[in-house]
Design a protein around this ligand. Sequence first.
Ligand code: 5GP
Length: 131
Amino acid sequence: MTIFSKIAAGEIPSYKCAESDKFYAFLDINPVGKAHTLVIPRREVDYIFDMEDDELAEFQVFAKKVARAIRTAFPCRKVAQIVLGLEVDHAHIHLVPINSEADVDFHKHVKVSDDEQKEIAAKILTAFQSL
Ligand code: 5GP
């Protein structure tokens, strides 16, 4: 089981932002900015481009809804979508609210307290559930 599967199963705690039967979204533990969210398929697959067409399409549509919820909760110019996958071998999309290109620098991280992470996730989840 990957660490992200354990998170989606609730075996490892996370700040939940959205979920469905197939996908799960939660705050990144080492965010590049506030509301930096990860979206994953519950099914274990390492490389995003190994996903079947139908699953990938559904995954992208789910991520789109999460991005909309993030933008509702945290108004920003756009929500950036980034796929790296070099650290955790479980497909995931990074969603980061941005106002400029400098807001997606993976060499810079922000400190967000646990209380604030909790608040951020709750806002995104509420927005997601109201879509
Ligand atoms: P990537 O695989 O796309 O290079 O990066 C993996 C991302 O997952 C990183 O941004 C890292 O901070 C995040 N991450 C790694 N382990 C955990 C974890 O246990 N919990 C959470 N919430 N995020 C994690």
